[in-house]
Write a protein that binds this ligand. Structure first.
Ligand SMILES: [Zn+2]
Length: 346
């Protein structure tokens, strides 16, 4: 957090207050503030001037002018004018000092994990409201209480942005996190959502498309460590799968030592987690692809783990299957145990 905030309570007494006020206003230019609050404007002749309806009085013809270079406004209708602080004073009917506090709050960097928690809570609500997501989970063999345990939600698309805006999140922040695109549309649309947590905090959201869109989508940020690693790392052996649906059916079948890297490529922190204990064998159960992509990735990973001193076994399923489809096709925990037992170390 910037130093300004730390002495906000006695800012009037500090000699640098003028400078800090200028810096505060630069961080959030008047025009951007107005646009964040849904003020629509058009260019007013010169490149730095914009005009629109006055937010401070009722009017039908635009007479509210903003000079973006000077960072000032003036309304020819009601005669008010000034800088951003003055605008906040007038529009929210706040004294000068509280206007500053209001602006600081608007600029305070919202915690990303808090934003992702609120996003997930919204998606979890949608799962109950929209039967499409629930039907898809059923098709993939997922049941209660695993659905709740994994914190799964559903993004129908088209309503997240509005919801988060009412909670006070700015367009820019949502765009930066990747929850919306440049047009303000929700990034996750018709996707089942899984939270990726690290030490209890959401670090990313994974969205599995239930329609024609590309199947896998993560927010443009790190996918974090291995899925549910906080609870998995204590087991004496670990099963590693490609996808969260594989993990879900294995958890349901009682294989609670299953984790997932979301894909076959492990990030360095994920590899480090998997290899931090040489006495903990790893069973790799990737997709049994016709083109051998999953099998090859499994073998490469197994040899990397072996190099790191970890006993790794590659598990084979019937060709064309992944753990999810295997169980959906009727396999039982006993069938899967046989596959695990048949797996050979490298
Ligand atoms: Zn006005």
């Amino acid at each position: 957090m910037r130093p300004f905030f730390s002495y906000a309570g006695r800012w009037r007494e500090t000699r640098t207050v003028g400078e800090d006020l200028e810096r505060l206003k630069q961080r959030l230019p008047l025009l951007e503030y107005l646009q964040r609050h849904n003020w629509t404007a058009r260019p007013a002749g010169t490149p730095e001037e914009f005009v629109g309806l006055c937010p401070l009085h009722r009017e039908t013809r635009p007479s509210f002018y903003v000079n973006a270079r000077k960072n000032l406004f003036y309304c020819h209708g009601c005669g008010s004018g000034g800088d951003l602080i003055r605008f906040i004073e007038l529009s929210l009917d706040l004294p000068f000092r509280q206007s500053i506090t209001h602006l600081e709050r608007e600029l305070a960097p919202a915690s990303t994990s808090q934003l992702l928690e609120q996003t997930l809570a919204f998606y979890q609500l949608q799962l109950h409201r929209d039967s499409e997501g629930a039907r898809y989970l059923e098709q993939r063999g997922l049941r209660h209480p695993t659905i709740e345990e994994l914190g799964i939600g559903y993004a129908p698309g088209g309503n997240l942005h509005r919801h988060l805006a009412t909670l006070g999140y700015s367009f820019h922040l949502l765009l930066e996190i990747g929850l919306i695109n440049h047009h303000g549309r929700d990034a996750f649309c018709r996707r089942v959502i899984f939270p990726c947590r690290q030490h209890g905090q959401i670090v990313n959201l994974y969205g599995r498309s239930i329609g024609a869109a590309f199947p896998h989508r993560l927010l443009p940020r790190s996918k974090g460590g291995l899925f549910a690693w906080d609870s998995i790392s204590r087991f004496s052996s670990v099963i590693l799968v490609e996808g969260v649906f594989d993990l879900a059916v294995l958890w349901q079948a009682g294989f609670r030592n299953t984790t997932c890297a979301i894909g076959t490529h492990l990030t360095p922190p994920q590899f480090h987690q998997l290899s931090d204990r040489p006495d903990r064998p790893v069973y790799i159960v990737f997709d049994q692809d016709e083109n051998q992509a999953g099998q090859q990735a499994a073998h490469q990973l197994a040899s990397r783990l072996a190099d790191a001193g970890v006993l790794a076994r590659v598990v084979r399923l019937p060709l064309g299957h992944d753990p999810n489809s295997y169980f959906v096709a009727g396999a039982t925990a006993t069938d899967f145990t046989v596959c695990l037992e048949q797996a050979q170390p490298l």
